[in-house]
Design a protein around this ligand. Sequence first.
Ligand code: P6P
Length: 342
Amino acid sequence: MATSGDVPGQIVTIERFILEQQSIQPEATGVLTNLLYDLALAGKIIASRTTRAGLIDILGNTGEENVQGEEVQKLDKFADRTIYRLNDHTGRLAAMASEEHPDLIPIPDRFPVGKYVLIFDPLDGSSNIDYNVSVGTVFSIYHRKTQDGWGTIEDCLQKGRELVAAGYFVYGSSTMLVYSTGHGVHGFTLDPSVGEFLLSHPNIRIPEQPKYYSVNQGYQRFWSEGVRRYTEWLQGQDGSRKVLSLRHIGSLMADFHRNLLAGGIFYYPADAKDPSQPHGKLRLLYEAIPLAFLAEHAGGYASDGRQPILDIQPTGLHERTPLFIGNRDLVEKAEAFIQEYG
Ligand code: P6P
């Protein structure tokens, strides 16, 4: 069925696009549609602050530490509260989980519960905010597994293969929303003059020919032999491949978004720099899994170096994982080096 995204030159708002996506899913009841609307509104509100961060008292940190032991930036807290307050009363969710909260976030007793679970990192890369570097919000939506009553941790700890939808906002030179419900990956750009997300990148596919590799090479000495050899291969040191450019922003949504559109690989491997974090820094549930869902639906792949991210059974809200994500052939090559050299 042709949708407005297929007609060049059409102005398609996200509301219209989501409704059309709903119409191709006969079992849809409109609850997911409204949940996606609420998330789009949250993105607009957060964008309105991130793009003025230098002008209002929202830079810097709150003096608090989150469950990760990281300083909570004022904008982190604002983004977290915004997503929570737009979703706690709607009756669409059974529970929420956020990077900013150690435990599951229950729906207040005074509000009805619903059939979805929302898991999010309200503002990833927030340590970059004070330097005007792009940051992002990332979200995952699952059906609850339990039958009724308040959502439980079991409803949150689901494999990525169970995802209903996932997406991210990147607050950069423009504000974009990229999401998928499993029917293609679609990008929308916020037109601040009208406050609308307009379809700008329908049916995103990772280009066959990659342009970039993206990793923090400052940690090279802490990598395994397989990761070091893989990086040398990427650099074409054995003359075996076209040279890739190194681009690393240090803000996951920005690094992922560039590679999604231009082709390439981002990786944050397990490393030995911090014995308390042997699996690397990135979190499985609300960073690796939603991006892996998008990567696979855009023709790419994501792995922890040994298995698909989407096949991993999460065992905790904040567990960490190595992440290799982007063009399938580049990720599979990383797996091959790690399998051979460790
Ligand atoms: P490092 C930002 O703090 C973040 O969580 C990701 O957005 C980013 O990819 C990573 O950490 C950068 O970490 O150790 O390279 O500074």
